[in-house]
Design a protein around this ligand. Structure first.
Ligand code: ATP
Length: 225
């Protein structure tokens, strides 16, 4: 099931103390499909990091369902991410010694035995849908785009409550990008997954329920385009 998001008075400072991002208030229902756009350097990745509980020293409230990220210590935030959040980020933490399927099915290790086969099946299906057949190679030899696709398949195989994505279609051909957008929309529709996707891809943005704009470190009032 998805989780609703509630943010109030969020401020994320950079190392020099300058505020990199502020969000006065934002509420999203569970299962929302939300795009985020804005110029380079505006604070979009910083926003995703804050939603993932990865923004250190941030002020204000970021709450997923009943869980306020700021009230959790670092370890509890890591556990929260593992249990609820699928992240499609630009620097993927892939395990170099595993092949594509091994990486994509990784989260099955943290699931009860009865759920593991389903995660693995979704991982294999997701890789195929993104045009990556099991090559038998370890991902150490994969290109940047191939690595991104493994990261996508891994995030979606876990069927998480929340998907946070940073330019998820950037490395994909149009056909694969459209398939991914359809898959993300289906996850929200069928599983209630809440999606927040930073993107410049007009086709992806058009498929969202709502598009937020960030400019100069500020989520614009009302959060709409
Ligand atoms: N760790 C950091 N230390 C210092 N400045 C940072 C740090 N992280 C981000 N910034 C700065 O914060 C601002 C917002 O960065 P962010 O990566 O969130 O932008 P973005 O909107 O995702 O940009 P892009 O579209 O180019 O990826 C930028 O000016 C960036 O240089």
């Amino acid at each position: 099931m998805g989780l609703p998001l509630s943010i109030a008075g969020l401020r994320v400072p950079g190392p020099s103390g300058r505020v990199l991002l502020s969000v006065d208030a934002l509420d999203l229902p569970a299962g929302a499909l939300v795009g985020v756009k804005g110029p380079s350097g505006a604070g979009k990745t910083t926003f995703l990091n804050a939603l993932a509980g990865l923004a250190e020293r941030s002020e204000g409230r970021v709450r997923w369902g009943d869980v306020e990220l700021g009230s959790l210590g670092r370890e509890a935030r890591t556990r929260f991410r593992a249990a609820h959040v699928g992240m499609i980020f630009q620097d993927f933490l892939l395990f170099e010694e595993l092949d594509a399927a091994g990486n994509a099915a990784l989260s099955s290790m943290f699931r009860p035995r009865s759920e593991r086969a389903a995660v693995t099946a979704r991982a294999v299906a997701g890789l195929e849908r993104l045009g990556l057949r099991d090559t038998g190679r370890t991902v150490a030899s994969f290109s940047g785009g191939e690595r991104q696709r493994v990261g996508i398949a891994r995030a979606l195989a876990a069927a998480p409550d929340v998907v946070l994505a940073d330019e998820p279609t950037a490395s994909l051909h149009r056909e694969a990008a459209d398939a991914l957008v359809a898959d993300l929309a289906a996850l929200a529709r069928d599983g209630g997954t809440t999606l927040v996707a930073v993107s410049h891809d007009e086709r992806l943005l058009a498929a969202m329920d709502r598009v937020l704009t960030i400019r100069d470190g500020q989520l614009l009032a009302g959060g709409t385009a």
